[in-house]
Design a protein around this ligand. Sequence first.
Ligand SMILES: *Cc1c(COP(=O)(O)O)cnc(C)c1O
Length: 463
Amino acid sequence: MRYVSTRGTAPVLGFDEAMLTGLARDGGLYVPESLPRLTADDIAALAGHSYEDIAFRVMRPFVGGAFTDAELQGAILRAYTGFDHAARAPLSQIGANHFLLELYHGPTLAFKDFAMQVIGQLFQIALARGGRRITIVGATSGDTGSAAIEAFRGLENVDVVILYPHGRVSDVQRRQMTTPSEANVHALAIDGTFDDAQARLKDMFNDFTFRDEVGLAGVNSINWARVLAQVVYYFTAAVSLGAPHRPVSFTVPTGNFGDIYAGSIAKAMGLPIDRLVIATNQNDILDRCLTTGRYQMGAVAPSISPSMDIQVSSNFERALFDAYGRDGRAVAALMDELRATGGFTVSQGALQALRERFASGRVSEDETLETIARVWDTTGRAICPHTAVGVQVAEAHLGRVPMVTLATAHPAKFPDAVERATGVSPELPPHMATLFARDERVTRVPNDLAALQAMVRERRRAC
Ligand SMILES: *Cc1c(COP(=O)(O)O)cnc(C)c1O
């Protein structure tokens, strides 16, 4: 399988190189040249298999010759051993025809673990082979950073540098990033928003001299391998609910568009998904774009679902690439306009294509709290605020087809919001019980490219 850039001019790469690179050299994102399709029989045959088996079958066609079957199988098996639920991604029911897909049973309690643990394993295999040393730099609104640190801490040939917006992540999120003691882990708190962190990260990738000097690698959700690993749980959930014989809909709390984009890949591969619903908080650029056709950046308004507090939704570029008939030049022009003016207007044809693939909804802060309280009152379950955004939007789309809302984080990762809504503070699972007793290690950094590059150079040399 070969991978092409959404902006059309970067080199075509194999799976392993696309994974190690992250962002394409023309500023675009890698996508597969074509999608493998599973027949109804293939999908029916997934029933009754383990999460790991299904992951292998779904991921294998995308990997091509980059990893042997045994390597891929081994990586998947090791990736999920740290999960505390045998099903890995269990479903639970919260209403008539409404289900939660619990994606928070991994080591850092958010869905990011599903992909990050797999790519941590695959990076190790690829690096051991090439004798290479790399520096992973990631920008995070909270959950990607902790998942990346968990997946790469202590590895020989890897430094992992995580940029998070100072003061804009929850205490649990911050501590998961600042308490690991391994020398290859570097947490940096940037004076700015997540969008600033992500913009500086992209600047680092676009500085080719720097990029090659430090062996820069990216594990943000722009990394195709992450999207791929997330395609798997759409299959396991849909098959549990009767696919391929019955269609299923999904609602996805959305920020950077990686998770829901994985759902659209599952659908394009043949999984009978009826509706894919984007759920946003008050930072609603995606909902506005689908409603009006105008993708217009504003200022980030910090919310109680901070992992979705973003304005530029990176993976949306992949959906645009599809909606524009895979015309890399058209996408590059839109992204240039975004950079220069802070917005762009989607063409009528592309907007129609997007609306055929995605529905959307937006939830206010008050509605988020009300939803946490309502789910608590009716089911006795605590849900995290991101999940609540999903549940509220999903309820507007309930019908005959089973609806699955992705529960993207454990409620104990966002205890303040949950306590405000329910009066009860959710408890951390046992493996995290000592989180608040551990020492923190973090460096405050300005929102300045040169200063950040100097910091990355110094940190990776130091170990
Ligand atoms: C990252 C994250 C999201 C948003 O996912 P995207 O793939 O960026 O759209 C939603 N909820 C939680 C808890 C997250 O960590």
